[in-house]
Design a protein around this ligand. Structure first.
Ligand SMILES: [Zn+2]
Length: 167
């Protein structure tokens, strides 16, 4: 009986470890959003993100796990959903991706590096792109563009890049 217990325990621990790992990796997703006016907002982390996106595809209800979505974009009277494997589907749906009626996120003041809680009416959002957390990004002090953390120099003007956020 004791031997059986010892075999079961590591499997149970592994299952718990995997589920925790997946949950936290997804909850910490960042990226950016583009407003209807064309303004780009860096998102360090989306807050209260739904686990699934519900829409209609070809007249039938479709539910997509949010972690399979790379981009949501307004497309005519519907939405273009681009998945993480690069496929784009034109669906009927909305920009509602959070538990709340608002799209909630933490953004970065790119001048001071401060993290700020923010929210926006989904009706005012043109696209949402999921990607890296802003804490992993760097910024060019000269032209203000942001780049992945592994970049050392700005490819446009060769300036040394600085972390986007103060730590
Ligand atoms: Zn630059």
């Amino acid at each position: 009986m004791k031997r059986g217990f010892l075999l079961v325990l590591p499997v149970a621990l592994l299952a718990v470890f995997l589920s925790l790992g997946q949950a936290s990796a997804f909850e910490n997703v960042g990226g950016y959003l583009i407003t209807a006016e064309g303004k780009q907002i860096v998102v360090d982390e989306f807050v209260n993100l739904l686990e699934t996106y519900t829409c209609k595809y070809d007249g039938a209800p479709l539910t997509i796990p949010m972690k399979r979505i790379k981009r949501l974009k307004l497309q005519g009277s519907g939405m273009a959903v681009t998945t993480t494997n690069g496929m784009t589907y034109n669906v009927l749906g909305s920009m509602m991706i959070c538990l709340d009626d608002y799209l909630e996120y933490r953004t970065i003041n790119t001048v001071t590096g401060e993290s700020l809680d923010a929210r926006i009416d989904p009706m005012l959002v043109e696209s949402v792109v999921f990607g890296r957390k802003a804490t992993d990004l760097k910024k060019c002090p000269l032209c203000g563009r942001t780049f992945p953390g592994e970049y050392l120099y700005c490819p446009y003007d060769k300036s040394d890049l600085k972390p986007l956020m103060n730590r």
